[in-house]
Design a protein around this ligand. Sequence first.
Ligand SMILES: C[S@@+](CC[C@H](N)C(=O)[O-])C[C@H]1O[C@@H](n2cnc3c(N)ncnc32)[C@H](O)[C@@H]1O
Length: 488
Amino acid sequence: MEGSLSQIVSAPGFLAAQEDLICLHCRQPLELQSHQELFLCRRCPVSYPMPGGIPVLLKDSSTYITSMFSQYSRHLLSESQLAKELEISAEKNPRRKNMLLNWKQAMDGNSLYIKEIQDTLQKSADINQLASLLLQPSEISYATGFDYLRRDWCWLPEGEQEIEAIEQNIESQIARYAPDFDNVLIIGAGAGRVAWDMRKQFSRVFAMDKSFLMAHQFHRLFKEDIRFFEINTKNLMHNGDGIRMHRASLLPPWESEQILPEMDTVNYFVGDALSVPIRDHSLSCILSVYFTDLVPLRSYLGEIKRLLKPGGLFIHFGPLDYHFENLSDRLSANEVRAEFSAAGFSWGTEKEVISTHLKSSVSMVYKTYKNWMFSVNRKPDTDYSAGLIESSVIRLKREVLYETKGSITVDTELLKEVNIALPAGDTYQGADSVLDILRLVDGQKTISEVVDMLATEYDLSSQSSRREVVDIIRSLIDKEIIQIIPSC
Ligand SMILES: C[S@@+](CC[C@H](N)C(=O)[O-])C[C@H]1O[C@@H](n2cnc3c(N)ncnc32)[C@H](O)[C@@H]1O
């Protein structure tokens, strides 16, 4: 393992991306405070830490960081116990001594990298929460593995073949169906190879994964290579294959003399597909590679729709090899098609792509997947706000049912979020200012009068802040909460 690198500085790329990132509580833009290593909401007092320079953009980032820290602490403890047991077994089995001690050494080597992550998280962990979280069972998978790092960044022939099968197929869909090449989001981005390669197609790439390890592996490669061990305890022809040392690097060996590139237009953060910190209708494309079977589709289909621009492209690649327990969410391909159609997507193409998955050349066993690849485009919404001008008179379209969420401390009343029930059963999430807008909409005032009245309570001195209010009104019209009164 290379020397410790707790500080991974990735702020410049995020500075350019901050316009698209929003607070998960009040949905207002985030601002990067690179000197403090955090993102701050421009409106409510919520901050999102960046341990080791990696943004953790989750609804409760602090609990996540503390819980990951405790998960890694438990993992390291159990690894060290296992290592001790291997040492004892080695003494008792002279003929297998070397093999057993090699496994121990490899485990110790991999633990050094996990320890580095644990140290990084410790700096942002909340010690007060720690005691209660230590007792909780591990929750997040993909927290300790190196398989995706091996496939993505070790430049082995078997890994490269798998990457080629994925990328060739999704690139042809992008070329054919993407509405434009502004930006792409990769959900469950893993070690990040597909995300990195997408920078050639799109002006900006957002990569998001719920595993801190995955994000850390990607960020770390921009500083130095990662050396780790592949540990095989079965399906081996030769003892020597029980451990293989690998070197993961951003550049392939034939380019290793070149200067390491900057992360630049690729922004990899820790995030959850169920609640993505990116503006509504802002993405050209979303890629789901070996992800659709990890989290029930119905739990984040609404997010995909919210994030994509009208005409935006969603591509799925992988099997339906469900990893969750609930059988009612294990949809067949037919049902997946139906879900997308019902949610307002038009079907593009689909194809079967056979490829191995995370194959190791030294193992007698490997998986072959009949991957299902499909692409769908989000149909444009009915454009209720077409023709909107500042002199348009607006009124409520129907009774508005809403719920608010907030909290009060001794000193201050904290953030408030408003959820408005929409006719189709969805909800519109907004800040509490949305309610102030709705209170002013009376069927007599024009949009500019509403904005002027709002300016007596909010700072709307700049053109951009007035435009933001008009944009909120536009989205309320598109969601059929408000309507324009036709002028006669
Ligand atoms: C099977 S791996 C695939 C990784 C990557 N797409 C690839 O093919 O190389 C799935 C990834 O999804 C991540 N993941 C699981 N649940 C998630 C969630 N709710 N939001 C975002 N990522 C998640 C896991 O941490 C893991 O890295």
